[in-house]
Design a protein around this ligand. Structure first.
Ligand code: GDP
Length: 337
């Protein structure tokens, strides 16, 4: 399925949709084409403002993105919305899967919305999203919103591929009710209490103070001190003001952007190498067996984890060395052939 690069670079939505479909494909031949497509996009990537948006199901993420995204478009931006979604019913189902979400935004020519792909593991979705960000940047989208359900690993993945991390909160609910995991406040650059309207307005203000106090006890490093903002995604209250703060953040983050992009690229690379090595090893039956036996020794407390890991690794390394010396040997292993 060829992707028209001119169409992609001139920002045609259909070309971007096709490009993302290509990188989502699991066929080996598509993968080769996908890698060369990503190479072609690399020089045009990296300049967008990447914003992670997290929050439990029902907090108002899609309503917020619908309102916020339209505001950005009115200001001349081009907005791409991607999702990193564990796709499990346990977590409230697939986000962005429902076509009625962000209806008006999705009709705008300056917006591109891509649901989370179904049937891929979280690691696979995160990988796909990283690649999609490069494609969207090459297609001229200057603001990338990466939406995720705040349920655990996914927000760490999203934080590791974005410039800024925004967490949406419900008014009133306590930390447990909000499904807030320890550590989410450390990840957040912005905490946004949504639904600050009607009967919920006062509770929302109390919730803002609650999180402001919670933030006060955390030590933050770096160039930014996170704050708590009140918005209403349905009435639009507070969203212009929030964008002003986000722009200030973007300007402050600009100085460190190159270093952050380099670090993100290295982290991504390291992760791919680690996953690739594991995948290669586990596809070899004898090592898969050795690993599962070692796991059993660890869980039954017959062996300590460091000892078990050291013995599996040393047997792998000695087999690899052995294979390499066979390969290098000047004497043909099978002279008959
Ligand atoms: P998501 O699951 O986080 O994407 O949440 P949705 O955007 O689908 O919103 C969940 C529900 O909250 C819907 O019924 C929305 O209409 C409602 N909602 C979202 N934002 C607001 C808001 O600012 N104020 C009020 N009162 N309701 C909202």
């Amino acid at each position: 399925m060829p992707v028209d690069l001119d169409a992609l670079f001139s920002g045609q939505r259909r070309a971007l949709a096709k490009a993302i479909t290509l990188i989502e494909s699991t066929r080996a031949s598509d993968r080769t084409a996908a890698l060369s497509l990503l190479n072609a996009c690399l020089p045009r990537s990296g300049a967008s403002f990447r914003l992670g948006i997290s929050g439990v199901p029902g907090v108002g993420k899609s309503t917020f993105i619908e309102t916020f995204g339209q505001q950005l478009i009115q200001q001349g931006h081009r907005v791409c919305v991607l999702a990193v979604d564990p796709s499990s019913p346990k977590y409230g189902g697939s986000i962005l899967g429902d076509k009625t979400r962000m209806e008006r935004l999705s009709r705008a020519d300056e917006a591109f919305i891509r649901p989370s792909p179904a049937g891929i593991t979280l690691g696979g979705v995160a990988q796909r999203t990283r690649e999609s960000i490069l494609l969207a940047e090459a297609a001229g989208y200057d603001i990338i919103l990466v939406e995720t359900v705040g349920v655990g690993q996914s927000e760490h993945d999203v934080a590791s591929m974005t410039d800024c991390f925004l967490v949406l909160m419900q008014p009133g609910a306590g930390d447990e009710l909000q499904g807030i995991k320890k550590g989410i406040l450390e990840l957040a650059d912005f905490i946004v209490v949504n639904k600050a309207d009607g009967a919920l307005a006062q509770t929302a203000e109390q919730t803002r103070i609650h999180y402001k106090n919670a933030l006060g006890v955390l030590t933050h490093s770096g160039f930014w001190t996170p704050d708590v903002h009140l918005v209403s995604a349905t009435t639009g209250l507070g969203i212009v003001d929030l964008w002003e703060h986000l722009k200030r953040y973007q300007a402050a983050a600009e100085e460190t952007r190159d270093a952050r992009r380099q670090q993100q690229a290295l982290d991504w690379f390291t992760r791919l190498i680690d996953e690739g090595i594991q995948h290669q090893l586990l596809s070899q039956p004898r090592w898969a067996t050795a690993l599962s036996e070692a796991r059993e020794r660890v869980t039954s407390a017959q062996q300590t984890p460091p000892d078990a890991a050291a013995s599996v690794l040393s047997s792998m390394i000695s087999q690899l060395n052995h294979a390499e010396s066979d390969h290098d040997s000047p004497i043909p292993q099978n002279p008959a052939r």
